[in-house]
Design a protein around this ligand. Structure first.
Ligand code: ADP
Ligand code: ZN
Length: 211
């Protein structure tokens, strides 16, 4: 299964990607995680991406397209993958189409703007491995450390209110048009994010025909 997850920031794409990844036995490719790793490791890519990300702006298309193309060439992607956070502009979607890689489904995970703000304020992630958590919806069983690796849980630099507003605007202006792009190919399916994680997981499985 070659899958794209679309949706506003805080829709729960990362969490659903993680669940699907286990269920389907394929890796998640998250541009957000890749970029944050680059920032942490202070690489050239990280230095370039940081200023954009801290303001809630998109990293330039050519940069993101470059890192995703490189990742998609790796052997493990042949059996399938889940793209989380890419494509995020129509130009990125076109660049992906031009690689010739056949995408099976594009899942749009929808939630309201009010929900996004509430979600992002409670969001945490593991400083070491990037696993996503939420203080209410998906707490770690070990309190303020990661269930997976024991790393410290932190709030992302771009989860402050002003940056969140920017990210929501960027989503509506630049990312939402992609839905139409994939609607035309007949690959778009929609799932509505629910209050409960398990409910959302069911919606997603249903939308993808996995039941
Ligand atoms: P969220 O979906 O919650 O906004 P992500 O981790 O997917 O979180 O993205 C965080 C930030 O990383 C974005 O606001 C943007 O600056 C940058 N980014 C991630 N993916 C892309 C992409 N495909 N194109 C451009 N910028 C990206
Ligand atoms: Zn961890």
């Amino acid at each position: 299964m070659k899958l794209i997850l679309l949706g506003p920031p805080g829709a729960g794409k990362g969490t659903q990607a993680e669940i699907l990844s286990k269920r389907l036995g394929i890796d998640t490719i998250s541009t957000g995680v890749m970029l944050r790793t680059a920032i942490r490791e202070k690489t050239e890519l990280g230095k370039l991406a940081q200023s954009y990300m801290n303001e809630g702006k998109l990293v330039p298309d050519e940069v993101v397209v470059g890192i995703v193309k490189e990742r998609l060439q790796q052997e493990d992607c042949k059996k399938g993958f889940i793209l989380d956070g890419f494509p995020r502009t129509t130009a990125q979607a076109q660049a992906l189409t031009e690689t010739g890689i056949e995408i099976d489904k594009v899942l749009s995970l929808e939630v309201s703007d009010e929900t996004i703000i509430e979600r992002l304020s409670g969001r945490r992630e593991c400083k070491e491995c990037g696993t996503p958590y939420h203080v209410v919806y998906k707490p770690s069983s070990k309190g303020d450390v990661c269930d997976v690796c024991g790393g410290k849980l932190i709030q992302r630099a771009d989860d402050n209110e002003e940056t969140v507003r920017n990210r929501i605007k960027v989503y509506h202006d630049q990312t939402e048009p992609i839905k139409e792009y994939y609607q035309k190919t007949g690959k778009l399916v929609i799932a509505y994010g629910k209050e409960e994680l398990e409910e959302t997981t069911k919606e997603v499985a249903h939308a993808l025909g996995l039941e």
